[in-house]
Design a protein around this ligand. Structure first.
Ligand code: PGA
Length: 253
């Protein structure tokens, strides 16, 4: 049994004051979230506010990125230990915006995955193809390359602690969601790859879908056998919308 995860990726939104307001609403609306793991990932400057407000609640806090080194002369970066010390339990790694806009490659993501696990953070590893790659029919090959690169050197024991998010780049922030069947097809492939690499550990790794997830499409996605949750961008900034996404569980699985 895999516990569903709904994670909000706030991206570069929400000042610390705005964070206080949004989390006040979420704490009230998600007081009884049921058996869903809820995570919010605010920007770095709002993490302290989020961690202190959510301490003792069922809502966990994650970073959106980190550096792989422990400390040192890396202006503008933060380490896994810094996130952990604030109270974060997880961190988004290899998001397509990091890869495309900030030049992160699989080797860098691999170092971050190892560093996050070593610090006791759960990596939420993002993978996914661009529209061009989908049209060329290389979606599986792209996902395989990203998995092989990001997870190089990882043991099955460590892999069991991962969360993977399949986020087709063409569906992010575009309002264009993959159909539940398309998402299931790639996520089923990711699980098959995990089984080849790590055996039965594949059955315990949570794999999320991300890309224009909304209250109106979450139920169909969650009805798929291999989709264990969602990484939600835009819709996670609205307390009502995010709460309805977390509440998908009222639907039959
Ligand atoms: P979106 O973003 O829900 O706004 O499409 C998802 C993501 O980038 O994680």
């Amino acid at each position: 049994m895999r516990r569903p995860v709904i994670a909000g990726n706030w991206k570069m939104n929400m000042t610390a004051s705005e964070t206080r307001v949004l989390l006040g609403q979420l704490k009230a609306s998600l007081a009884a979230a049921g058996d869903v793991e809820v995570i919010v990932c605010p920007p770095f400057t709002s993490l302290a506010e989020a961690c202190s407000q959510l301490r003792g609640t069922a809502i966990a806090v994650g970073g959106q990125n980190m550096h792989w080194e422990e400390k040192g002369a890396f202006t503008g970066e933060v380490s896994a230990a810094m996130l952990k010390d604030l109270g974060c339990t997880c961190v988004i790694l290899g998001h397509s915006e990091r890869r495309i806009l900030f030049g992160e490659d699989d080797a860098m993501v691999n170092k971050k995955v190892h560093a996050a696990l070593a610090a006791g953070l759960t990596p939420i590893l993002c993978i996914g193809e661009t529209l061009e790659q989908r049209e060329q029919g290389v979606t599986q090959a792209v996902c395989r390359r990203q998995l092989e690169g990001a997870l190089a050197g990882l043991t099955a024991g460590a892999a069991a602690r991962l969360i993977i998010a399949y986020e087709p780049v063409w569906a992010i922030g575009t309002g264009r969601t993959a159909t539940p069947q398309d998402a299931q097809s790639v996520i089923g492939y990711v699980r098959a790859w995990l089984r080849e690499a790590y055996g039965d550990t594949a059955d315990t790794v949570r794999i999320l879908y991300g890309g224009s997830v909304k209250a109106s499409n979450i139920d169909g996605l969650m009805a798929q056998p291999d989709i264990d949750g969602a990484l939600v961008g835009g819709a996670s900034l609205d307390a009502g919308e995010f709460t309805r996404i977390v509440r998908f569980e009222v639907q039959d699985r």
